[in-house]
Structures are given as C-alpha cells and as structure tokens.
Design a protein around this ligand. Structure first.
Ligand code: NAD
Length: 980
C-alpha cells in the first residue's frame, strides 16, 4: 500500500476529518474540563513564566521579539569578540526594548539569575553599549541567551540530563522521558558517524537505568537525517542499504533494554522514504526482537494525509505482528513546508494552512490511534489544555491505555494540573546537547512560544479570555489561509506548475517520457540564405506589430499553458540533449513558462499609451512601438528558459525574431519554436536558424537592417558582437548582453556553517557548476574557515556524479569535450598554484565528460582571473573588514551574483549596497533567479542590463514615440470653452 498524494484540496480533507469525529467527541464537555486547568495556571504560574510573559510583551512578530530570536540563534556560536559585539549592537540597536520603560533584556536576565542588577541597571537601552562597555553588554546578552536555552534543554550530556530527570521524578514519580540528542542534520559521513555514537552512548546510559517495561522506562528519539548525510528520496537505494543497518543496531540495543525508540518526524518530502525504512526495520523487529514493544515513530497531524498515514502504519504493524508506540504531534516545520510548496509551484499544500484544521486532524488522528490499540500504544504530544481534555474523553470511551507527552520547558503549568490525576501518564521530550547544538531547537521553541496563534502564547496572555482559549476548532474554513502556490502572483499571472520529484506519482510521467523522446536532428542554415530570411521576417513583422498587444500576449499565454502541459517531454529533452538532472530540468521548464506569462503581462502594461500632462489645446501621448527585427542569440546552459525568455520579450513587444540557439542544444530550441508556431506566432515572424556562432551567429548580427541584438553567453562573444555592431553603417543598434561573472560569497563568523555548506554545495557544484550564477569564489572568515571548509568538503564527497537520467545523480557531465578540456586545463593549473582542498573522487566510466567537484584555496581575490565554467570552487580566508573584501571583488570588474552570509542585518545591507553586483543573495544559495521575483542580470563585464524577468526589460525592445496633437487646429479650443 502506498500513501495517497499529499497534494489535494484542504477543505475536502477537513470535511472528511470532521465526519470522522462526528458523534465521537463532545467538545463543550472537554472545554469544561480544561477550563479549571487554565485558570489554575494563570492564577499560579509555573517557574520560567518570565520567559512566556517576555514573549507575550515582545511577540516574535515585533522588532524586539525578532531581535531576541536572532540573538538566540546566532550569538552563542560566534567565536570572535569583535563580531559578537557587532551582532549584539546590530540587533539591540534595531529594537526598541525601552518601550515599556525597562529594558527587556535586563528583565530576561534578572528573571533567571539577577544579572540585571549587576550589568544592566534600568535606564535607556539606546546608549547601552556605550554606557556599559560593549563587552559587558555582550556578556550579559550571552548569559541571557544561555539561560533561555536552559529552559528547553535538560542537560548538556545524557548523564547530566538523566540527573535532572531524576530530580524531576522526586516530585512526579511516574514521569518518563524521551531523550533527544540535539544538532543539525548530518551533512557529511563524519557527522552521521558522530550522531550514531552519541545515540549509542545515550541508549546505553538509558538502558543502564531501565528496569521496567517500555511504557515505564525512559526512551530515546532519533532523527534519521542525523544518521545519514543524504537522507532524501532521490538516494533511496543507498539509504536503504546504509541507513537501515545503522538504525537497526540502535533498535537492537533499545530492544534488549526494553526501552522506547521513536523515529522522529521530519519534512514531508522524506515521509515516503522514512516509511520504507520503517517497514524494513519492522520486518527485523518481527523476526529478531518480537518481544519488543517499544519501537515507534512520530506522526504529524498537520499533514493532510496524516490519517491515511496512521492507517498505513497500523496495517504494517498488524502485518508484522509488532506492537508499536506512536507519538502524535502537530508538526514542527509548518513554515518551511509552506515555503517549499510555493517555491516548487505544487498543486496544493501538503499541510493544513489553518491552525484549527490541524487541530481537527489531530483529534481525528487521535481517534484512529485509540482505535488501533491492538498494535499501537498512543503517545499524545500536546500542550493544549482543550486537546488534552478531548483526548482523555475519547480514550475513556475507548478504554485504551495511552500517555501524554510534553516538551521539556513547555506546558509545565497545564500538566501540573492534569497530573493531579495519578492515573494520567506523561513523558517529557527532553533535548540533550551543548549550547552550539541547541540554537536551531531554541529558535523553534521561541517561535512556538512567541507566535500569536499558539496556545501557549495565548495562555500567557490574560487578555485572551477562557472562552476564546478553549474555543471549538470543529469548523471548516473553506479557503486555505495562504494563496495556493499557483496563485502566488495574484490574478494577473499564474505561477508555473511544478513537480515534487519525491512523490512517485508526480515523477513517473517524467521518467516515462525519457525513452519516447528522441532528440531530433536539425538542419543548419546556410548563411547565404539569411538576407532573404531577414526580408521575410521584416515583412511579417510589419504585420505583427499592428496586431493588438493583447492578442500577441494571448499567443504567449497559450504557449505557456501548452508548455506546462508538455512538461514531461521538455524535461526529457533537456536531460538528453543538455545533460540536465531532473530537478534542474523541471526548474528550467517552469522558468520558461514564467517568462512567457510574465512578458505577456508586461507587454500589456508597458505598451499601453500614456497621456502626459501639458498646456491646454493639445494632447500629448507617449507610445512604445516595436523596433523591427531582433536577433536573439542564446547559450546552451539554459537552452529552453533563456531562449524562450529572449524570444518572448521580442515577440510580445511586436518585433520579428531571428533566433540562433547554441549549437550544442538545437533540439530544445526547435521544440520551443514549434510550440510557439502552433499557438499563434506566425512562422515568418519567428524564425530559427541553427548553426555555429562564428558563422550563422555572426552573419545574423551583420544583417544590415537588424533593429537590435539580445545576447546571453560569454563576455568574450558579447564583446565580439558589440564590435561588430559598432562597425556597421546605418542606425545605432541596441545590444542587450547578459554574460558571465566571477561570483563570490562572503561568509562572516555569525553565519551558520550548515547553512553555508548547503548554499555552497548547491551554488558551486550542482548543475556541474554550469550556471552563469554559479559560485566561483568563497570568502570565509578565518576564525570559522577550517570548520566550514571541512563541512563543505564532506558534503561535496556525498554528491553523486554520473548519468543525469538517474534520479540519484546530483552532478551530470559538462556540456562537451571543449568545455571538459577547458576545465581540465584550469584545474591542472590550480593544482600547481593553489592548495588542493578536495582531491577528485573516482568517477563512473560513463557518460563522457564528467568532472568531479573540486575546491582550491587561493591567496587573494585578484588570483581570480576568469570564469571557470564547471564545478570548481576557489576558497579564500579573510580577516579584518568585510568591506575591503567587497572592494576587491568589485575590482575584478564582473558583477553578476554575490552571496552574503551573516546574521548582522546592517552589515548585509551595507555590503550589498557597496557591491557592484546585479544580484545579491543573503543567507541562501546564489542560484535560481525567479522570473518577476528576482530579475536577473549583471553589471560591468557581466552585462548591459536591463534585467531579464524584470519590469524594465521590455522597454529596451521598444522604440518610444510621443504624439502631440494641436486640438485647437480646427479653429478653437472646445475643451477649454466647454469647461467654462
Ligand atoms: P558562448 O558565448 O560561447 O555562446 C553563446 C551563444 O553565442 C551561442 O549561441 C553561440 O553559438 C553564439 N556565438 C558564439 N560566437 C558568436 C559570434 N561570433 N557571433 C554571434 N554569436 C556567437 O557561451 P556559452 O558557452 O554557450 O554559454 C556559457 C556562457 O554564458 C558563460 O560565460 C555564462 O556565464 C554565460 N551565461 C550568462 C547568463 C546570464 O544571464 N548572464 C546566463 C547563461 C549563461
């Protein structure tokens, strides 16, 4: 049995979940039970209440709350005092902590250890840094953040955590714990190995104190993404082969000690994979540890298919005859799931967008778990008083044993009340780790405590009345709270539809298209035939320019819809002809669809006549018109998106087009042109001319009547075209050139190394480094350089280099022999001149032209002399002022993309302003420009602008005309006189 698709209408699913609960739950009765608990918490707040009230006063949505969160996320990991001071000043400076008359940070500190008295006397926080000395304020802030961390972490080591647990059991003897070893997911094999040992040690420690059964013993929660550096669907066979035995070793250890081992829930795109891992492990439990009843997994109610997931797990347990412990949570990655669905253009959200829908789902799932008591011992993780009461009610009816779970540091007040009933069982999810590892976890907790919609946040807010706090969630909001991904850009323009390659039913049509997509052979144009072709185009273009802009736009829109419908075929063609990986192919088809729709909208906007104000008696109208015949020359590295973008821009504005695609990728261009012809673009208006750049390309540029040239490719060829145009007689011809660059990323010591490693690997090595935006130069602050380099090296080693038609492949071949030889030559030079940080990995014999990711340490920015178009990264350590590094990058003369990784917001702003670069990306990768969202194009040697996919682009394809009419010419000023 496979799970249903996660992408289905939210409302339909909610109606179904509500039906499941019908007649099974008396919400009002549950609310009556919960009301006294809530009142008791408010009357008698638990320890640490200060933090909750702090977040009530400064919710995460406020500048102060955000500053607090930013400091909590970054400050503890900054190794150098200078940067720590800059970060603290930046965050404290942008927030108005004084608003309530006393600095919140002081209060935060004082609430815990009275730091305020020593370091932060009342007064203004505005001049805090100056008055007290920067180091003192940073020390106090550090301490405050550490204390925040202490609220949520049981101990730095498993031993100290178990000691704290023992303390807690003095008050509540029945309390059990599930330990969680904190940290980011593994990026490298070493990371995975380290986590494995830490889990082993933790289980051994827990086992040493276990003496009951699974329900009474403490247990452990494990994250599969911590145990494998490539825990993702595309690496399915490898995950099954490598991860399953590793987890099984932990399971055996847990089984022998009869403790609960829970596989934690992660992102939606890993769900199917985790189920396969789970199934394989269940089979082993059934065979080798049949007495063990402590195996289980966490289930997220916010997923729209949570209920089916529970049915699936129940079925598996029954098939294998294994009893499980299953934790039901609401889900911790909601914001990330929403963003991913929007970015990928998915048909629906995989999670509920209304909080109360998740609450409904939670209750329906709870019921399903209680109904499966023959194989499942349910563990309900919630801090919501009403949900707790509702579950108690349903469980009492079913007569099923279960336990509650809460996070350490949260929900203490409510559970203090709930546990007054000695029959109620509660387990505490207890994170264990050093400060460095708790930051991401801490931020999640701050978000949860600080979000206005969260129960714990409202509980701490006495202005929220009991009735509102305990209001029934059992009603339907018919529309999602967020626009669907397709509607992201409003009514004017649909977002392109994407594909979730981790879902079998979504990717299968693409894989099926591969064998049925032969790459057609095309015929090259004889340059001698070009003058006649030009004449035909010019004639046809005179008609095309008179076609109303709305009709031309419609032709592009129809083409966009058709391209979207033919996505599998075009993806297959991109994989075969341009050696794109599947992910890159989908992104490229989507970009082409977006270009077509965007320029359709833009043409209608910019070509509308503008009436200009002036003296009475005349009208003044500004008009844009087509220029004539454009030559569009494009590269092989985005043979569909860049090609379609150039052509669509020229056509939308009423121009004729003579297009020359790169000689390496003619078939993709041919397919696109055929499609445009089929949907209303006349064949003489848009003509495709195949052939070499030096012959056909150059001859096109040389045609006497050419009205403009739009070129994307190397700086070198752009210069050749510029000179050719300058040498021509006749009108001055505009050139839009988008060329290459030496793209850099600057990383300071506040950056998160895992985030840097992800961004670098994606930007430098993915797509075989054959993007114009690809990262070529990484400048990393010397105090964190060793660790960051090590992580990138480890992550790069995990990349799969090979046949792009395989889903598992991350890095396909470079485009041809010439490109391959070029890169080889550069690498040979670097091997002599620079320090080799990443020796080449062994490669498969097939296909040809594979280049392994490489990384070299250079001594100066100026050592970078030209763009190397492949997966080759240069690394530079810097110290001192980051501005100086930007100045050196500027001096290279290129200016396409720049990455900045820092948590100091004012620094990011200042560096972005200083950089002479077209596209700046902060705290993310530097690739993947989005049409209408991140218009793309560079400065200096990197191009002329205007940016492709931006609001100024079409203007360059047009001529401007003002028409002034003397409206009094016929004898008098009728308008003026009529107004008297
Ligand atoms: P290229 O410059 O070799 O070729 C680009 C196009 O120009 C091809 O169609 C080619 O046939 C044609 N051409 C070559 N010589 C010509 C001539 N004398 N007259 C007219 N046309 C000629 O580039 P490429 O190798 O295909 O592409 C890679 C380059 O493109 C890299 O430098 C990359 O950075 C750049 N690029 C830039 C952007 C951007 O948006 N800035 C996007 C993609 C690629």
């Amino acid at each position: 049995m496979r799970l249903p698709t996660p992408y289905r209408p939210e409302a339909v699913t909610v109606v179904h979940r509500l039906a499941q609960l019908d007649g099974r739950l008396d919400w009002q009765a549950a609310a009556r039970v919960a009301a006294p608990w809530v009142q008791a918490v408010r009357d008698n707040p638990p320890p640490f209440w200060a933090m909750e009230s702090l977040l009530k006063e400064y919710p995460i949505s406020s500048a102060e709350g955000l500053a607090l969160m930013r400091l909590a996320e970054a400050l503890l990991r900054v190794p150098d005092a200078e940067t720590a001071i800059a970060l603290t000043a930046d965050q404290l400076g942008r927030a108005d902590f004084d608003a309530a008359g006393h600095p919140a940070l002081a209060r935060l500190s004082s609430s815990a250890i009275g730091l305020s008295k020593r370091f932060l006397p009342g007064g203004e926080s505005g001049g805090l840094l100056g008055k007290l000395g920067a180091r003192t304020v940073v020390a106090a802030t550090l301490r405050a953040v550490q204390l925040l961390g202490h609220q949520f972490v049981l101990g730095e080591t498993i031993q100290s955590a178990m000691k704290t647990a023992a303390q807690a059991r003095k008050d509540t003897p029945s309390l059990t714990f599930s330990y969680d070893m904190l940290g980011e997911g593994a990026r490298t094999a070493d990371d995975a190995e380290r986590y494995f040992h830490s889990y082993q040690q933790a289980i051994a420690a827990i086992a040493s104190q276990a003496d009951g059964d699974e329900r009474n013993n403490d247990g452990i929660s494990i994250k599969l993404s911590a145990l494998h550096p490539r825990y993702e669907d595309a690496q399915h066979p490898r995950v099954m082969a490598e991860l399953v035995p590793r987890v099984w070793a932990l399971c055996e250890q847990a089984a022998q000690a009869r403790i609960n081992l829970t596989i934690d829930a992660e992102e939606v795109d890993r769900l199917e994979l985790s189920l396969d891992v789970f199934d394989a492990l269940l089979a082993r439990v059934a065979k080798q540890q049949p007495q063990w009843t402590g195996f289980g997994l966490a289930l997220q109610a916010y997923q729209t298919r949570a209920l089916e997931l529970i049915q699936h797990v129940t079925l598996l347990a029954r098939q294998h005859r294994v009893r499980l412990m299953c934790r039901l949570v609401k889900g911790a990655y909601w914001d990330a799931e929403i963003k991913r669905a929007q970015e990928l253009g998915l048909p629906h959200y995989p999670v509920f967008t209304h909080k109360h829908h998740t609450d409904i789902s939670y209750l329906a799932c709870a019921r399903a778990l209680l109904d499966a008591s023959d194989v499942i011992y349910p563990q309900f993780a919630t801090h919501n008083a009403a949900t707790i009461a509702a579950i108690q009610q349903m469980a009492a009816k079913a007569g099923t044993p279960f336990e509650f779970q809460r996070l350490h540091g949260m929900g203490e007040g409510v559970y203090r009340e709930v546990l007054k009933n000695p029959l109620v069982r509660c387990r505490v999810y207890a994170p264990v780790g050093a400060h460095r590892d708790l930051l991401a976890y801490l931020v999640r907790r701050l978000l949860e405590n600080g979000a206005n919609s969260s129960f714990v946040h409202q509980l701490a807010d006495p202005t929220v009345g009991l009735e509102d706090l305990l209001v029934s969630p059992l009603h339907l909001a018919p529309e999602p709270s967020q626009p669907l991904p397709v509607a992201l850009f409003g009514a004017q323009r649909a977002n392109s539809m994407g594909v979730d390659l981790s879902v079998t039913s979504q990717r299968q049509p693409l894989l099926d298209a591969l064998p049925t997509t032969p790459v057609p052979v095309v015929t090259e144009t004889d340059p001698a035939a070009l003058p006649a072709a030009f004449e035909r185009c010019a004639t046809a273009a005179r008609v095309w320019r008179e076609v109303p802009v709305g009709e031309r736009a419609q032709a592009l829109r129809r083409s966009a819809d058709a391209l979207e419908a033919e996505l599998p075929r075009f993806c297959a063609l991109l994989v075969q002809e341009a050696f794109k990986t599947w992910g890159d192919a989908v992104a490229e088809v989507r970009e082409a669809v977006d270009f077509l729709r965007y320029y359709a909208v833009e043409a209608e906007r910019v070509m509308a006549p503008i009436e200009l104000p002036g003296p009475t008696g005349e009208s003044n109208t500004l008009l844009l018109t087509a220029r004539g015949v454009w030559v569009c020359i494009s590269p092989w590295n985005f043979p569909l998106a860049i090609f379609a973008g150039q052509v669509a821009a020229a056509l939308a504005t009423g121009n004729g087009v003579l297009a020359k695609p790169a000689e390496q990728t003619p078939a993709v261009a041919q397919a696109m042109v055929d499609l445009l012809h089929r949907h209303g673009v006349p064949s003489d208006v848009l003509q495709l001319h195949h052939g070499a750049g030096e012959t056909v390309g150059a001859a096109l540029v040389a045609q006497p009547g050419v009205a403009g040239v739009v070129f994307t490719g190397s700086t070198q060829v752009a210069k050749i075209i510029q000179r050719a145009l300058a040498a021509k007689d006749g009108p001055i011809v505009p050139l839009i050139a988008e060329t290459g660059g030496i793209n850099a990323m600057l990383v300071d010591s506040t950056a998160l190394p895992e985030q840097v490693a992800d961004a670098v690997v994606q930007s430098a090595f993915r797509s075989a480094g054959q993007r114009c935006s690809a990262l070529r130069l990484l400048c990393v602050h010397e105090v964190i350089a060793d660790g960051v380099i090590e992580m990138i090296r480890g992550a790069a080693r995990e990349l799969v280099v090979g046949d792009p038609a395989q889903l598992a492949t991350d890095v396909g071949p470079v485009i041809d022999r010439e490109a391959f030889d070029n890169i080889e030559r550069h690498v040979a030079r670097l091997a002599r001149e620079a320090h080799d940080l990443l020796p080449p990995q062994a490669l498969p014999a097939e296909p040809a032209h594979l280049v392994p990711p490489r990384m070299f340490e250079v001594k100066a920015v100026a050592d970078m002399t030209q763009e190397i178009f492949g997966p080759v990264l240069h690394v530079l350590r810097w110290r001192g002022e980051p501005e100086a590094v930007i100045d050196q990058i500027n001096a290279l003369g290129y200016g396409l993309t720049l990455g900045i990784q820092t948590r100091i917001d004012s620094r990011a702003q200042a560096l972005a302003t200083r950089a002479h670069v077209g596209n700046v990306y902060v705290n993310r990768n530097i690739i993947g420009a989005v049409v209408g969202v991140q218009p793309f194009g560079g400065e200096g040697l990197s191009g002329t602008g205007p940016k492709a996919g931006g609001p100024h682009y079409l203007l360059r394809f047009c001529a401007e005309q003002t028409v002034t009419v003397n409206t009094t010419a016929a004898g008098g000023n009728a308008t003026l006189l009529a107004g008297l």
